[in-house]
Design a protein around this ligand. Structure first.
Ligand SMILES: Nc1ncnc2c1ncn2[C@@H]1O[C@H](COP(=O)(O)OP(=O)(O)OP(=O)(O)O)[C@@H](O)[C@H]1O
Length: 265
């Protein structure tokens, strides 16, 4: 993989997928996200970077309402997906999470077969009419996750029997099986070796042809390799957001500069 081809590829997409306005997040009385405004583009990889505890994961989880599962967490402000408020009472969080899929830090396949891991989402959301259609979705999802060739002869084996990198690609296949519009990835390579990391990074670049991808990463090299837009968070504030090349070569805020040159974080 040539680093330059990923970072230098022109940012073509202009359609806004998520618009966040004046977002605040509180855990009890602790103010974790402060006044965040950001537009996340379609068919673009957006990286969230910043020192530990700055709120990257908290803000990522706002985008598919995963914070709803944390009792003491309160989200204020507006988050619009294609212009619709995802916190509206009419929105079913389960349906929302089919549209806004998530891949976690540690690969977490279900204790089921490889096939059933991928078939699970389409089944519970009633996306296919018969076994043949389900087979097709499973195959195409595994192909999108660049895993099909490695598992096509053992679809009935347990997903947990795969290597770490394969398990993470299985989780990506599971996430894309419901035809989401956005994929949220919270440090998806932190449990992977360099080879599996390179495979997942290449996959992320391919996925952006069809999805908007948002990735939280501790690795600035990874952000520079895979993303077209980068958001730098610090102490709950979105300090700077722009084209990845600009953020890494010509940051405007001294806090961004300190972070990317290794002086904070
Ligand atoms: N479930 C929770 N309950 C209470 N406070 C929390 C919870 N999750 C996160 N926080 C707090 O919110 C702030 C932001 O945390 P968050 O995990 O979003 O940061 P982060 O930038 O993703 O960190 P890291 O890079 O270490 O994963 C921190 O002060 C953290 O302690």
């Amino acid at each position: 993989m040539n680093d330059m081809t990923l970072t230098e590829r022109a940012l073509e997409a202009t359609e806004i997928k998520f618009a966040a306005r004046d977002v605040q997040v509180y855990y009890g009385t602790s103010h974790a996200i402060k006044d965040v405004n950001i537009d996340i583009l379609d068919k673009t990889v957006t990286a969230f970077i910043g020192p530990s505890g700055c709120g990257k994961s908290t803000f990522l989880r706002c985008l598919n309402r995963m914070n709803d599962t944390i009792d003491i967490c309160r989200v204020e402000g507006d988050i619009l997906l294609d212009g619709e408020d995802i916190y509206d009472k009419k929105v079913d969080p389960v349906q929302l999470r089919a549209k806004v899929g998530m891949v976690f830090q540690k690969p977490n396949p279900f204790p089921k077969s490889i096939y059933d891991n991928v078939a699970y989402g389409p089944k519970i959301h009633g996306l296919t009419r018969n076994k043949a259609e389900l087979d097709e979705v499973v195959e195409s999802s595994l192909r999108k996750a660049a895993l099909w060739n490695e598992v096509k002869d053992r679809l009935d084996s347990p997903g947990t029997g795969l290597s770490g990198g394969q398990q993470q690609r299985l989780c990506i296949a599971r996430a894309v099986a419901t035809s989401p519009e956005v994929l949220l990835m919270d440090e998806p390579c932190s449990a992977l070796d360099p080879i599996a990391t390179a495979q997942v990074e290449e996959l992320i670049d391919e996925l952006r042809e069809n999805f908007s991808v948002v990735i939280v990463t501790h690795s600035m090299q990874q952000a520079a390799r895979v993303s077209q837009r980068t958001a730098f968070f610090h102490l709950g504030n979105l300090v700077e957001f722009g084209d990845t090349t600009q953020i890494f070569t010509n940051p405007k805020d001294p806090r961004t500069e300190s972070y990317i040159t290794g002086r904070i974080g």
